[in-house]
Structure formats: C-alpha cells, structure tokens
Design a protein around this ligand. Structure first.
Ligand SMILES: [Ca+2]
Ligand SMILES: [Ca+2]
Length: 389
C-alpha cells in the first residue's frame, strides 16, 4: 500500500518501506493538493533507485497537475538526487514504479506550499496557516498588502508565538515573520521576529507591505495573527482653501490634535465620521509655488502617531492648483524628508524659496499695493493734465 491524496500545506513522502529496500512491482501515486493560493515545491532528501538509461525499470515521475496528462516535470532513477521541483499550480502528482527485480533504498522527499495571498481591502486580518493550531513545518508564506496610492499601511500583530531564537546566534534562524516596506523581499526589511515577543506596530512608507512567514523542518508553535489598516487622506480644494477629510475609523486611536495642517495650531475638527481640516490658503502656512507658470498652493499635513515609546509623525505633501481646483496628496518618505532637511540648510536654494513663499498673503499684498501705486500714478497724470490745461 503506498501513495495517497495529501492536502496539508507541507508533508513528507517516501518509497514503501523506506529506508529499507522498496518492494518489486510497486506502483504508487501521490496527489498533492495544497490551498488555492499556492504552488507546490518538492525537495528530495534521499534518492537511490535502480539505475538504467531512460529510467524504464524503476523510476519517480512528476507531473504539474493532478493527473499524468498534465505537463511532465521529470522522470528520475539511479542515485543522483533530482533537483527541487516547483509546480505552476496548486497540484503535483508523484508516481513511483518498480519492476520485477533489483531494488534500492528508495527515496524520501518533502513538499511544501508557498502560501501566497494579496490583501487589498482598506483593512484586514490574517494569520499563520491553521492558527490557532500548530503551523506547518517547511512553509514560506507571503501576504502582500496592496492599497491605492495615497494610503499608508499600519500593521499590528495581535498574537505572536513562533519557535524561539537560535540561542547560539541570538537570531531568528528557525521560524520567523519578516516584514518588508514594499512589495518584494528586495525592499527595505522593517524587521524579523520570532518567539513570543510581539513586534511593534509598523507603518509603511508607501501603499504596499509584504509579510513573510518562514518555518524550518521541525518544532512548530501556534503562529501569529496580524491586522492592518490603510490610512487614507481625501483632499480637495477651491480657489481659496484646502479641504481634507480622513475617515475616523481609519485612525481610531488618535485625538484630533494629532492631525494638523502646516503647524500644530491648525488641527483637524471632528465630524460624525471623519477628521476634517478646512483651511484658507492665507492660514496655516500654505504657500504659493510657481511650477511651469502655474502657481500651486502647497502645505504639509502631519499625522502624529507617536506614543510613549517612539516619536512617529507622518508627513504628507498637499497641493492645490487653485485655478483648476485640482488637489493632490502624497506621502513624504523618511528619505525624502531627510533630503529636504539637507536642502533647507541656510545656504540651500530650497530654503530661500521657502522663505520667499512664507505666508501666501504676500501675494495678495503685492497685488493690493500695485493697484494703489497704479491709482496714485493715474491721479498724478490727471492732475498734471488738468494743470497743463
Ligand atoms: Ca527494479
Ligand atoms: Ca520550526
């Protein structure tokens, strides 16, 4: 008796009687079926079968799907370990056959699923596979959170119970959760956690976050649960003011004083459902900047997430093309902020521009003075003309 249907996220298969010599005339097939969001990886740990060219006597054959009619991924015999196989779908078929004589130790292999999930709701929860039961060994799960531009993602872990650190290296070498500030593992690593210490809450730089759970071949615990929240900023403008709305439910733990435009005296008001800032361009330090012959009104929105442990103020650049009444908001990343601070040092160009633009009422003052001057000139011309007459 050998083979079967396997539906776990990971598992081990081996030839009948392994590591004893397998029987003659064996005919086994394993249909591996992992969850819909995954592909299957198969890794051989040991491999020794009767060898012959073409592998016609004893062999292991692999198919990229549930039946032998699916794409053939390889046929192996002899003592050379087959390479790691990854399917294109969530199913893998493994066939083992032996003929009437000459055997070997057989094979042992493990399979695992690369659990992959993309989350695009404004808020959501996810947890390690089988939570609160023990998570599988040998898994590598990805949760990608992807929201619309203009959102940042705040991630909280609510339960954390993974295998402890390697006591020799003091690192999370066995099982861990890693969070990347973007959509792939090449983006900045925000941290790597294991054991029972809850990771701190994290805020993404942009509108994407990647959470990875990696477990090794033995010892498993309960796993983790996490929640995330998109922090959106809705902005519009008229010819004279900004209007900013942030749904209250997206920032449940904040006071209205934690949200302000330009400076802490321009705080948000609380409506029934949202934090709201309505600010005339002449207030809150909004300034006009010339961009390709268009004057754009610019300011910064601050959301203060600081707690006792850590200072954490997010900055958003808000802009309004007042003529077209088109507003936009974008997140200012830590790097951008750093560059800006560099540029604003006394001799910096940006510093001068900022100084020049401080207070947009400068603009209306200039217009007013110009009109006065013009009126005076016209009056003088009129008087001179009268006198000459
Ligand atoms: Ca044989
Ligand atoms: Ca482990």
């Amino acid at each position: 008796m050998c083979g079967g249907v396997l539906t776990g996220l990971s598992g081990v298969i081996s030839s009948p009687g392994y590591p004893q010599e397998y029987s003659n005339n064996a005919d086994c097939s394993w249909a591996i079926h992992v969850s819909n969001i995954s592909v299957v990886s198969l890794v051989f740990l040991d491999f020794q079968l009767e060898n012959n060219e073409g592998c016609n006597f004893d062999f292991v054959a692999l198919f990229d799907g549930p039946t032998v009619t699916h794409k053939h991924l390889g046929k192996y015999c002899g003592a050379e370990q087959p390479p790691k196989i990854v399917t294109t779908s969530n199913q893998l078929l493994v066939i083992f056959k032996s003929d009437f004589n000459i055997g070997g130790r057989g094979f042992k292999a493990y399979y695992y699923s690369e659990c992959q999930q993309v989350l695009s709701g404004v808020s959501g929860n996810f947890s390690s596979p089988h939570f609160p039961k023990i998570y599988p060994n040998n898994i590598n799960c990805h949760w990608g959170i992807s929201l619309s531009p203009g959102y940042r993602i705040k991630l909280y872990f609510t339960v954390m119970d993974l295998e402890e650190k390697n006591s020799l290296s003091d690192e999370c070498d066995y099982d861990y959760v890693a969070v990347y500030d973007g959509e792939s593992q090449t983006d900045t690593l925000l941290g790597r956690w294991c054991g029972i210490d809850l990771p701190p809450s994290l805020v993404s730089k942009g509108n994407k976050l990647l959470v990875v759970l990696s477990t090794d071949r033995n010892e498993a615990h309960k796993g983790f649960t996490a929640s995330y929240l998109g922090v959106p900023v809705n902005i519009s403008c008229t010819r004279s003011e900004f209007s900013i709305l942030i749904p209250q439910q997206s920032l449940p733990q904040l006071e209205r004083e934690n949200i302000y435009l330009g400076n802490p005296s321009c705080t948000a008001q609380l409506t029934a459902t949202a934090y709201k800032i309505q600010a005339q361009f002449v207030n809150c330090g909004t300034a006009g900047q010339k961009r390709r012959n268009i004057t754009v009104m610019v300011n910064k929105l601050y959301i203060d997430f600081s707690d006792e442990k850590q200072k954490n103020i997010q900055e958003y650049s808000v802009q309004c093309d007042a003529q077209r009444k088109v507003a936009s908001v974008s997140i200012i990343s830590a790097e951008e902020r750093h560059l800006e601070e560099q540029a604003q040092k006394p001799e910096g160009d940006t510093g001068n521009t900022q100084k020049h633009n401080s207070g947009s009422h400068d603009l209306s003052d200039i217009v007013f003075i110009s009109i006065c001057v013009l009126a005076v000139i016209l009056m003088v011309i009129a008087i001179v003309w009268l006198v000459l007459l």
